[in-house]
Design a protein around this ligand. Sequence first.
Ligand SMILES: Nc1ncnc2c1ncn2[C@@H]1O[C@H](COP(=O)(O)OP(=O)(O)OP(=O)(O)O)[C@@H](O)[C@H]1O
Ligand SMILES: O=P(O)(O)OC[C@H]1O[C@H](OP(=O)(O)OP(=O)(O)O)[C@H](O)[C@@H]1O
Length: 211
Amino acid sequence: MLKIAVPKGVLFEPSLRLLKNCGYKIPSDFGRKLLIEDSNQQLSLVIVRPFDMPLYVEEGVVDVAFIGKDVIEETSMSCFEILDLGYGQCRLSVAVPGFSPYRSVEDFHSFIKVGSKYQNLSKKFFIEKGIQVRIFPLGGSVELSPIVGLSDAIIDLVSTGNTLKANNLVEIETILFSTSRLVVNDAKYRLKRKEINEFILRVKEVLNDIY
Ligand SMILES: Nc1ncnc2c1ncn2[C@@H]1O[C@H](COP(=O)(O)OP(=O)(O)OP(=O)(O)O)[C@@H](O)[C@H]1O
Ligand SMILES: O=P(O)(O)OC[C@H]1O[C@H](OP(=O)(O)OP(=O)(O)O)[C@H](O)[C@@H]1O
């Protein structure tokens, strides 16, 4: 049986939808269970917080996983990235308060404070720009930090832009674009190649019908 990790949160529903479209019989109501099986015993689903996903994949606890490109990059996740699944489109961007004098990263002339859930990508970005920053590691609601004076700017995910707009924040630079990806544990791909390739084929067929 193939073991797949699907991410909780924004990507959860579209991930389940994709698996159902692949023909897996996923129960519609499994409450708060975090390990579920399809009724044909072909697939075992592990429901994982996105930022925990690299551990489950790298430690070989699961064979394959659906995860956002942003998490793959932020965690330098060791895996085979097999397919772009197309959903969960967003971008990781720098944003500042509307009242801020900054309108481009180049304006960040001196030392600035940045709030983000993506510490590694934030550090990498500003090192490449040669800008001195202090990164405040935040777990969520990142847009709050510059509003209340904790930081001068944020680096966070943007999709529609509604959260930025609602909090009077201005997006000034995009660091990366992200969608959900199908990834495979390297060792498992060697051990269960036939089963994993069959799964990849089923996903590809469904994606070809959608896109
Ligand atoms: N607004 C969005 N639009 C599209 N995709 C998003 C959006 N926000 C997050 N994502 C994608 O969904 C993934 C999970 O994000 P989500 O906010 O649902 O969970 P999380 O905040 O990482 O987990 P938790 O809320 O438990 O801390 C992200 O890594 C990204 O790939
Ligand atoms: O551009 P938008 O469509 O407004 O989406 C962007 C928001 O989506 C995510 O929030 P979410 O509530 O998913 O996660 P969080 O717990 O990190 O805030 C992200 O952190 C942004 O806040």
